[in-house]
Design a protein around this ligand. Structure first.
Ligand SMILES: CC(C)(COP(=O)(O)OP(=O)(O)OC[C@H]1O[C@@H](n2cnc3c(N)ncnc32)[C@H](O)[C@@H]1OP(=O)(O)O)[C@@H](O)C(=O)NCCC(=O)NCCS
Length: 194
């Protein structure tokens, strides 16, 4: 029975919802966790309503102090991968984070609504059906105090420097330097913050 519950992540669920009362995962957010998966929550961190968190085996989710994941967000961290949201990170509602290796979002960064962050992609070059292709996990690093506008898409392997701004609806395919303002599809730097 214990083994069964563990494989469903029930033990973890109990720990995360009742043990650490200073942080909070809404009851309406579905948490499914594989064996060995871990959630660590800092003081005042919040996961709001009707979201979904899927953690694979030995996957890790770190939420820093006052980190917030808003309602209806979907977070997937696959086997042995690690998603780190540092202190005061804000993830807007309906956002979608898929972590297959390491994704780190730095302190104070604000991710608006409907943003997608992808930590891997299929090796699509062979003509075979995509489902049967290798999946290549890659890191994504978003620095501190970044602002990502609504509906932006951050693709696998990208680094966004501290203080950068990503415009609404932009598709980030390449690294963005510190304090740059990047907009469009593909996102291009149009200036720098003062
Ligand atoms: C990036 C952003 C901050 C720039 O704002 P701004 O300084 O007022 O920019 P401007 O309107 O002066 O635009 C400068 C140029 O960039 C273009 N541009 C601005 N935002 C753009 C975007 N998101 N996508 C594509 N191009 C954009 C403008 O068309 C303009 O081009 P031009 O010089 O050829 O005319 C803003 O456009 C934005 O995307 N904000 C995000 C809002 C959001 O998502 N809020 C969610 C709640 S937190």
């Amino acid at each position: 029975m214990l083994k069964y519950l563990k494989s469903l992540g029930m033990i973890l669920l109990v720990n995360s919802r009742f043990f650490r009362l200073r942080s909070f995962i809404s009851f309406s957010t579905k948490v499914i966790a594989g064996a060995g998966a871990k959630i660590e929550t800092g003081y005042g961190s919040r996961v709001r309503d009707h979201g979904e968190i899927f953690l694979g085996q030995n996957a890790k989710l770190f939420l820093g102090n006052h980190a917030t994941i808003m309602r209806l967000a979907e977070v997937v961290v696959t086997d042995f991968a690690t998603l780190t949201l540092e202190d005061s990170v804000y993830i807007g509602s309906h956002s979608n984070i898929r972590c297959h290796k390491n994704i780190t979002i730095g302190k104070g960064t604000k991710i608006a609504q409907f943003v997608s962050i992808f930590g891997g992609q299929y090796d699509y070059r062979k003509k075979d059906n995509i489902t049967y292709q290798n999946f290549k996990p890659e890191d994504v690093t978003i620095g501190q105090n970044v602002w990502v506008g609504a509906n932006a898409v951050i693709l696998s392997g990208v680094k966004i420097g501290d203080g950068a701004v990503v415009g609404a609806g932009s598709i980030v395919t390449k690294d963005i330097p510190e304090f740059a303002i990047a907009v469009g599809n593909p996102a291009k730097v149009i200036g720098f913050r003062d």
